[in-house]
Design a protein around this ligand. Structure first.
Ligand code: ZN
Ligand code: ZN
Length: 301
């Protein structure tokens, strides 16, 4: 069989095995630039960065924004091209092992309650996965890409290496399978959390007042990205701060806006606007963890 025919057959097979709700979720990613809400929300976050910047010297339309916008598009492509297949295989595995188990207690719950319960489980798993990425060296090699940004911006949210992205998606979907959610509920939880974390990565000076005790804020997450050793390995929360409070990883001050980044790991942006140079920069970042692993380097913390 010719290579092209084999690829077509593989794609067809992946399409067949991917559950319909997963297809809807990921194929919606292709529509992102056609959705006016994308532009409205990006403009609103950029406006907040302009009005209340956490770091006054950082420009709204910086080269760092372009660098992370390239990651954003790379992750979109990855989502559309590869993730449905991964999740499809996961769904098959889940059904095979558990017989399509959904938590029987919750079956009778109204949809709103099931969405809320799965969100809580999802947020805890995200917190745990984040903690693991900092504590286990092999995962930190990949996660350091996310932390290496010195000028945080809304697209830093998707400055995430594909390897950790796959693991994060598995953790997202297993509780959703268990709670027997509808495609609408899956998309709702995913979209709300995606835009919330985008807001929390932006260069905005706010701790959201009393809400800071319950939910993650741009100030809270900036502490997590801080370059200062005293902030290291704290504030792992993605949406809620309750897990950091419960497990002793909460930084107790809500008024600090430190510089961000990782000592010794920095990916400079190219001087001009040559697409080739920018894509080469993306390639360097993508390959960085593999090179570090090959050299058995202890990554910077
Ligand atoms: Zn982190
Ligand atoms: Zn982050």
């Amino acid at each position: 069989m010719q290579l092209s025919a084999a690829v077509v057959a593989l794609v067809e097979w992946l399409r067949r095995i991917t559950p319909v709700e997963i297809k809807q979720y990921y194929w919606a990613a292709m529509e992102v630039y056609r959705n006016p809400w994308f532009y409205i929300l990006v403009a609103a976050i950029l406006l907040l960065e302009f009005i209340r910047p956490a770091m006054r010297g950082q420009r709204v339309f910086s080269r760092a924004l372009v660098q992370d916008f390239i990651w954003f598009n790379f992750d979109l492509m990855f989502k559309v091209a590869a993730l449905p297949a991964f999740i499809g295989i996961l769904h098959i595995g889940y059904t095979h092992v558990t017989g399509g188990f959904t938590l029987p207690l919750l079956r009778a719950w109204p949809l709103g309650a099931r969405v809320f319960a799965s969100f809580i489980v999802f947020d805890f798993l995200q917190w745990f996965h984040h903690w693991v990425r900092h504590r286990v060296t092999v995962f930190w090699h990949f996660h350091v890409i996310h932390h290496s940004q010195h000028e945080m911006n809304l697209f830093t949210d998707l400055r995430v290496h594909s390897v950790e992205y796959i693991i994060a998606q598995f953790l997202t979907f297993i509780p959703m399978f268990m709670f027997g959610l509808t495609p609408f509920a899956i998309v709702t939880v995913a979209l709300v959390t995606a835009w919330f974390t985008r807001f929390n990565h932006a260069n905005i000076r706010t701790n959201l007042g009393p809400l800071r005790y319950l939910v993650v804020t741009p100030q809270f997450h900036r502490i997590h990205h801080s370059i200062e050793p005293r902030h290291r390995d704290l504030n792992f929360g993605v949406c809620l701060t309750i897990w950091d409070r419960a497990f002793g990883t909460l930084y107790p001050h809500y008024d600090e806006y430190p510089a961000t980044g990782v000592e010794g790991v920095f990916f400079a942006t190219p001087g001009g606007f040559s697409p080739r140079a920018w894509l080469a920069g993306l390639g360097r970042q993508f390959l960085y963890p593999f090179r570090q692993l090959r050299r058995r380097r202890t990554p910077a913390r």
